[in-house]
Design a protein around this ligand. Structure first.
Ligand code: 26Q
Length: 817
């Protein structure tokens, strides 16, 4: 379906609207406006279309009477909206022409947009792809997130060390695509106490907060691909309630609660920069409750305004929890139904357990969220009471299932006993949800087998798998116009809405001419990246080299240091083995480390130091380059991914829940070197063993090695290449005159016990790379494999993921407009 905008677009009135915004909104003129101001005015002019469509979609009776999904996530890593929205609106060419006539190149203007980096990595980016796919397929959706004033920190390197700077993504002028919805603002409480009172002989409870803030929604338009459907991504900003109440300022609760330093403006000030649980931070829990409370109230408001009864909530609304971060929404809905709408416990619980569904994104024990009971008690006293009662009733179920088994009760309890009692958010989610899913087949099996085996026994139909996906609009059509045109030329233009159609190019995989075209697109994309690196980093690159790419957050389990060891081994061989021959190679990294993650920052430092030396060492003869691209973000991923030959997906088996970068890279024709982990397993199933390079221990191999007692020294002493590579970290090879400055990585792998089995997988990793090097020398053979990757990964469209949610979990229907 084509959007009406495309047919109704009137170039002259659009140009007038841009000029109008230049003067009225940005106080400038056509003659004096900067490129930044032109971009802003163009964005505002375009947002007029989407805001109208958003309001129309919102008031559409058919949508109000249909079932919707509410996607609750503390992160939405949406990336730049302008180019993507132009594609979805079908206006790219027309707007390019309109701007050209006013003397501006659209591609250049699009570069003026700052990425809204409202997420850390995979989980936040997944939420953004899911919004796109819901809108494309017209499944009624509202995304609920937070309007952080500062997104994920900006990264730079100073003397090779990571430095963080605040990311004021909205700039002073504001973000052109967002629209404030003050009429939907609400009040949200914290602290205080619970009152018990009698209501016609019934004992009731109510929460009297000690502090109240305001939630102000900002809507971003999520534009359905080639449709007029626009759903809101509603981001809550926390504000002090004006005028500031002297009464509450002087109220004992305010100070008693010991939060006098926290003012309302702090709550949505900044995104927490770690993609792992940060222990005990009050402000983070406040963010979580603020987000849940504002979203739940908004969902109930929409539901009631549409004329439905509260008891029918599960028929019209489902609430998907993106990890445990919005878990507090469960007791919040219980509280509102019971305390404000006088539901009985059983009535309220019946509604909740038919409304919530939870997605798990990790098996790492240290990443499972727990919050101290005493903190919740202080911040949210009524919620703590409700959690106790949920647990009380749940443990009765556990005792009925396993009579006398105290260990089971302790393991499953929502409250973790001990000196400091903790609330286990994942357990609360599983108990309070009608569906729980993992994010790739292997991960979901491990959720059943290792993480929640007893829950699986107790609730045998609750655990699901929904393999992650990525939106083909941003991650192929928009970011790789060359390949998109080539594909469209062969199979028509419908594939961005139906990615399985890419199979249609498989028959050209051995067609010499198509191979040449495909590889020349790749070459052009490599040139674009090389130009970027030259302009921004001053490093000259050879586009005949293999572009080998690892782009993702920096984590030990993702093993950027395994990649580092491979680089060291190549360097060692280039310098010491006269017979050694390799295809020239550029190894790219891009990764942010959580500011408090010491070893991750040391790994970045080491990679930068190694890059400095290797890139300028004449003995290497330009055979090897290492490029660490600073400030990894969506917009730079859009340049790197189309240019990649090799995709590094090398986590320790069992640790990466899914990965989604692996899908983007394969779709754009990079060959994966990867472990049997996360979605790599399914990528291999799709593309076939010949078209992927799998290495390393599998999950059971990892377990067996650990069980038998893993000793990294055994590998260090048995493998001379490994030893030589590691030893390079001890001297002053990369830090002249200052030996030992790169020891941290060495120490973690040797004395530190190598918790992620880097040394155990080194030899097979090196062999897999050798096989790839060999294959690259046969360009026709390589092209065939790359083409088959593009052709065979249609499964990983997030459209398919969303259909899986819709059919197996949400049970809702599309509403076409
Ligand atoms: C929690 C509490 C306090 C502070 C921070 C957090 C926090 C924030 C972000 C915890 C985790 C995250 C992000 C996790 C994440 O990105 N996980 C990734 O999710 C992807 C989408 O499912 C998967 O593909 C990746 O495998 C998984 O690592």
């Amino acid at each position: 379906m084509k959007p009406t905008q495309q047919n109704q677009f009137d170039k002259t009135s659009f140009q007038n609207s841009v000029k109008q915004h230049l003067s009225a909104t940005y106080a400038t003129t056509v003659e004096h406006a900067s490129p930044q101001q032109w971009y802003l005015a163009m964005g505002r002019a375009l947002a007029e279309f989407t805001t109208l469509d958003l309001l129309e979609t919102e008031s559409d009776k058919r949508i109000q009477n249909a079932k919707s999904v509410n996607y609750l996530s503390l992160e939405f890593l949406i990336g730049r909206l302008t180019g993507n929205n132009l594609i979805s609106m079908g206006l790219y060419q027309q707007v390019a022409q309109a701007m050209e006539e006013m003397g501006h190149n659209l591609t250049d203007l699009l570069e003026e947009e700052r990425d809204p980096s409202l997420g850390n990595g995979g989980l936040g980016r997944l939420a953004a792809c899911f919004m796109d796919s819901c809108a494309a397929q017209e499944f009624p959706t509202v995304g609920y997130g937070l309007h952080y004033e500062y997104g994920l920190f900006k990264q730079s390197f100073q003397d090779c060390h990571q430095k963080e700077a605040p990311d004021a993504w909205r700039c002073v002028e504001g973000y052109p695509w967002e629209v404030a919805r003050p009429e939907l603002a609400q009040e949200i409480g914290f602290y205080g106490h619970v009152e018990v009172y009698q209501d016609e002989g019934v004992e009731r409870r109510r929460w009297v907060p000690g502090m109240t803030v305001q939630s102000m929604p900002w809507d971003l338009p999520i534009v359905g691909y080639e449709s007029d459907t626009v759903y809101p991504l509603r981001l809550w900003e926390c504000r002090a309630i004006a005028p500031f109440s002297l009464a509450s300022f002087n109220n004992g609760d305010y100070f008693e609660a010991q939060h006098s330093l926290i003012d309302a403006g702090n709550i949505t000030k900044v995104l927490y920069p770690n993609d792992n649980h940060e222990k005990g931070k009050t402000l983070r829990l406040m963010q979580q409750y603020f987000h849940s409370a504002a979203s739940i109230r908004d969902i109930l408001r929409r539901h009631i305004q549409s004329g439905h009864s509260l008891a029918s909530l599960p028929d019209y609304e489902t609430i998907q929890l993106n990890d445990t971060h919005p878990t507090i929404a469960i007791p919040e809905l219980m509280r509102i139904l019971m305390d404000e709408h006088l539901f009985t416990w059983d009535e309220a619980w019946a509604v909740c357990t038919k409304t919530f569904a939870y997605t798990n994104h990790t098996l790492l024990p240290e990443a499972l969220e727990t919050w101290s009971e005493s903190l919740i008690q202080r911040l949210l006293p009524r919620h703590m009471e409700i959690i106790y009662h949920i647990n009380h009733l749940f443990l009765q179920e556990v005792r009925a299932k396993w009579p006398g088994d105290v260990a089971k009760q302790q393991k499953l309890s929502i409250i973790q006993e001990g000196f400091h009692r903790m609330v286990r958010m994942a357990n609360l989610c599983v108990v309070g949800s009608y569906a729980v899913n993992g994010v790739a087949a292997l991960h979901s099996e491990l959720v059943k087998r290792d993480l929640f085996p007893e829950f699986h026994e107790l609730y045998p139909t609750r655990l699901h798998n929904v393999t992650n996906g990525i939106t083909p609009r941003r991650w192929l059509k928009y970011c790789n116009p060359g390949l998109s045109a080539l594909i469209t030329d062969k199979i028509g233009s419908e594939w961005p809405a139906d990615l399985d159609q890419l199979q249609g190019i498989a028959k050209f995989a051995e067609d010499g001419q198509f191979q040449k075209q495909y590889m020349s697109v790749k070459k052009a994309n490599k040139q674009r990246l090389a130009d970027w690196v030259q302009d921004n980093m001053g490093i000259a690159l050879n586009t005949d080299a293999i572009f080998d790419v690892q782009i993702k957050r920096l984590h030990e389990y993702k093993r950027q240091h395994l990649n580092m060891l491979h680089i060291l081994s190549l360097y060692y061989r280039l310098l010491n083995d006269p017979d050694f021959d390799m295809v020239p190679r550029v190894v790219f990294f891009a990764a942010k480390a959580a500011p408090g993650y010491h070893l991750a920052k040391e790994i970045i430092y080491a990679l930068n130091k190694i890059a400095e030396k290797v890139n300028s060492d004449p003995r290497v003869n330009d055979k090897l380059k290492v490029v660490f691209i600073p400030d990894y973000r969506v917009s730079i991923a859009e340049i790197i991914i189309p240019a990649a030959d090799v995709s590094e997906q090398i986590s320790t088996a069992g640790k990466e829940a899914s990965g989604t970068g692996n899908m983007k890279l394969a779709l754009n024709g990079a060959l994966t070197i990867g472990t049997m982990d996360g979605a790599n397993v399914e990528i291999r199933e799709e593309v076939g063993d010949d078209n992927i390079y799998i290495f390393g221990l599998e999950v059971d191999g990892v377990e067996a090695l650990r069980a038998q007692g893993y000793n990294p020294y055994d590998y260090y002493h048995a493998d001379p290449l490994l030893k030589s590579s590691l030893d390079l970290l001890l001297g002053d090879e990369f830090t002249p005159g200052e030996p030992g400055k790169l020891r941290a990585t060495f120490d973690s792998l040797i004395d530190g016990g190598d918790p992620y089995l880097v040394l155990a997988d080194f030899a097979s990793y090196v062999s897999a790379h050798e096989a790839m090097d060999e294959q690259y020398r046969d360009q026709a053979g390589w092209a065939k494999k790359a083409i088959l990757n593009t052709a065979l990964v249609g499964k990983f469209s997030s459209d398919r993921s969303i259909r899986d949610y819709v059919n197996n979990i949400w049970k809702l229907e599309s509403v076409t407009r």
